[in-house]
Design a protein around this ligand. Structure first.
Ligand code: NI
Length: 136
């Protein structure tokens, strides 16, 4: 019997969407206002969902304190109040779109989770725009 448990988290971060190997005009065509050279910020909302068997001793899929600490260490401490392009090494050569941020978060949290558990990341960049990634 597999059950999914989820925890919400939040971080503020700035980014600019662009490719170094494209001209400003091409970046402007593709990314529009998100190519603003002075960066812009988002209030990201994150939902981390873990699916696994219920441990018969504890009744937990995962101790939420453990999941909370993983999210704090891997995401909040790394991304909150940061400029993703400039301050976060994973985005040095990777466009920090919501899609790519979700994949980076997935990969960081995946490393800290039991292999038997499944992971799904839901990342809201705005209240209306969100992406999901579960490692496929
Ligand atoms: Ni943006």
């Amino acid at each position: 019997m597999k059950v999914t448990v989820s925890r919400k988290a939040h971080f503020n971060a700035a980014h600019r969407l662009y490719r170094k190997d494209w001209s400003f005009e091409k970046n402007d065509d593709v990314f529009g206002k998100c190519n603003n050279p002075n960066f812009h910020g988002h209030n990201y909302e994150l939902i981390v969902s873990v699916t696994g068997e219920i441990d018969q001793e504890t009744g937990y899929v995962i101790d939420m304190k453990v999941l909370k600490d993983i999210i704090r260490n891997e995401v909040e401490d790394a991304f909150d109040h940061k400029n993703l392009n400039v301050e976060v090494p994973e985005f040095k050569d990777l466009n920090p779109t919501a899609e790519n941020i979700a994949v980076v978060i997935f990969n960081k949290i995946r490393q800290k989770l039991d292999k038997a558990m499944d992971l799904k990341i839901t990342l809201y960049e705005t209240p209306r725009n969100f992406v999901t990634y579960s490692g496929n």
